[in-house]
Design a binder for this molecule. Structure first.
Ligand SMILES: C[S@@+](CC[C@H](N)C(=O)[O-])C[C@H]1O[C@@H](n2cnc3c(N)ncnc32)[C@H](O)[C@@H]1O
Length: 240
């Protein structure tokens, strides 16, 4: 089950407004061009920001996500229907024969158990052609990015006016840090009707070595690990 922040219809409509200018996506557009990838699979595509950009460069793009509410937002932005949207997890697109599969924006960190992580890697492998690439980001645990995510580490309450939704106040709390697992909750108070929605999420911060080992075990060869400016590793792995 995806977290409410992606699966609740009212919250999914907020995602793009609170996710900044998405400077992170340029790296994926460059990598797709570098690899000359024609068929691209966006696993955990969410509201479709990257999938739509990739399709705009002439690539054949499939976006898959288990959060129907986020896919509804994605479809509403894709007025020319340039992306194929699939409701499900990576196993739903095993016939894609993609040149490139990507996971952006926390997706690689939502799989909390080793079994779930191994399953998504196996599904991505099945969806890639031999020699195809899997590219994803995951935060370096040593950088402790959660220290900037909200109370008690930072004063993260603010008010905003979101077009089509109106005024709202939002804040986030980091509620637990246990080893590799960081849990946080985001609260939204809607001014129009006073509704208060809180969404809890847990992300797993795997070490670089653990990610490399899991990729090898899943039948990939790690080709490169790049540093992203926002404290993340970008893994580029080749399907064996
Ligand atoms: C932080 S969002 C990132 C969305 C998008 N990739 C982006 O960069 O904007 C994380 C996404 O992971 C999705 N997700 C959660 N569980 C998943 C699973 N088992 N398989 C694929 N995606 C999943 C969520 O529904 C959500 O859309």
């Amino acid at each position: 089950m995806p977290d409410a922040i992606f699966a609740d219809a009212r919250l999914a409509r907020l995602y793009d407004s609170f996710d900044g200018p998405r400077d992170d996506l340029a790296a994926y557009l460059s990598i797709a061009a570098e690899l000359d990838a024609d068929r691209v699979l966006d696993v955990g595509c969410g509201t479709g920001c990257l999938a739509i950009l990739l399709a705009g460069t002439g690539r054949t793009v499939v976006g898959v996500d288990p959060a129907a509410a986020s896919l509804d937002v994605a479809r509403s932005k894709d007025d020319k229907a340039v992306v194929t949207w699939v409701h499900g997890d990576a196993a739903a697109v095993s016939a894609a024969r993609a040149d490139l599969a990507v996971m952006t924006g926390n997706v690689a960190q939502v799989f909390l158990t080793d079994a779930d992580w191994a399953a998504v890697l196996a599904a991505a492998r099945a969806a890639l052609r031999p020699g195809g690439r899997l590219v994803f980001e995951t935060r370096d645990p040593a950088r402790q990015a959660w220290r900037e995510w909200g109370r008690p580490y930072a004063d993260a309450a603010f008010k905003a006016v979101v077009p089509g939704i109106g005024g709202l106040e939002t804040w986030s709390d980091v509620t637990d840090v246990s080893g590799e697992f960081v849990t946080f909750s985001v609260t939204y108070v809607f001014e129009s009707d006073g509704e208060v929605l809180t969404a809890d999420s847990t992300l797993r911060f795997r070490s670089k070595e653990a990610v490399m080992d899991s990729l090898t075990a899943a039948g990939f060869t790690v080709a490169e690990i790049r540093d992203a400016p926002d404290l993340e590793f970008v893994f580029i792995a080749t399907r064996n």
